[in-house]
Design a protein around this ligand. Structure first.
Ligand code: GDP
Length: 222
């Protein structure tokens, strides 16, 4: 199965102003330059859906993309871990991200992007830990797989999993992608479509209302 269409809809700094439509939403996040815009463009089959930024940290807002005539959304979240803008602005990014993640009821799965070439970075591990603490459903997407050979790439992923296993009882779903080669696109879409189907068939929603912490209260904690 493939997408039928993808269209940019709106950008917001506040999750409360995001589209008030109750359809499943899949958000993408990662450090600046991880390949997030390229991945969103690959999924959306467009060269310009998310602007591939030249400058790290350029994407400061929550960007909504309407998928398949509005039956689900892709969301491009601001990059995290970009220090060069100064502490104040960085914490502002964090607030936008945290409030969206903890407050957006439509959020069905958060895809956390990791550059396959890098060994586990403190900021990513801390972010994953924070997601776990708040019971946010997430999956890991390794990007730029073409920059490693297939075997080297798999080895990197295994090494990463080994680090995660030290503190996680169960590992999240893992995808290996390359926007350059369109690797992993089908697997990601299959995953999204299977969740959409479950939700449409009225199976257990992926985000339990009672498990969702208060956004305001937790925003200062990260
Ligand atoms: P963002 O800042 O996370 O949105 O990252 P971008 O999508 O703008 O990508 C950052 C840089 O990595 C750009 O120069 C992209 O061309 C490059 N890039 C992104 N994805 C891939 C990939 O799958 N393979 C390769 N070789 N380069 C990639």
């Amino acid at each position: 199965m493939d997408i039928k269409n993808a269209k940019y809809e709106i950008s917001n700094a506040d999750y409360r102003k995001c589209p008030a439509i109750n359809v499943p939403e899949y958000a993408f996040i990662g450090r600046s330059n991880v390949g997030k815009s390229s991945l969103i463009n690959m999924i959306g089959k467009s060269k310009s859906l998310a602007k591939t930024s030249q400058k790290p940290g350029k994407t400061l807002l929550i960007n909504h993309f309407k998928m398949d005539n509005g039956t689900w959304y892709m969301v491009d979240l601001p990059g995290y871990g970009y220090a060069a803008r100064g502490k104040e602005q960085r914490s502002q990014f964090s607030k936008i991200i945290q409030e969206y993640i903890l407050g957006r009821e439509q959020l069905t799965c958060l895809f956390v992007l990791i550059d396959i070439r890098h060994s586990p970075q403190k900021i990513d591990l801390e972010f994953l830990r924070w997601l776990g603490e708040h019971q946010v459903p997430f999956a890991i997407v390794f990007t730029k797989a073409d920059k490693e050979g297939p075997n080297a790439g798999k080895k990197k992923v295994e090494e990463y999993k080994k680090v995660l296993k030290k503190e996680w009882e169960e590992l999240p779903p893992v995808f290996i992608t390359s926007s350059e080669k369109w690797t992993g696109r089908e697997e990601l879409l299959d995953y999204i479509f299977s969740i959409n189907k479950e939700i449409a068939e009225g199976e257990k929603p992926h985000i339990e209302e009672e498990l969702k912490p208060d956004a305001e209260k937790n925003a200062a904690e990260i």
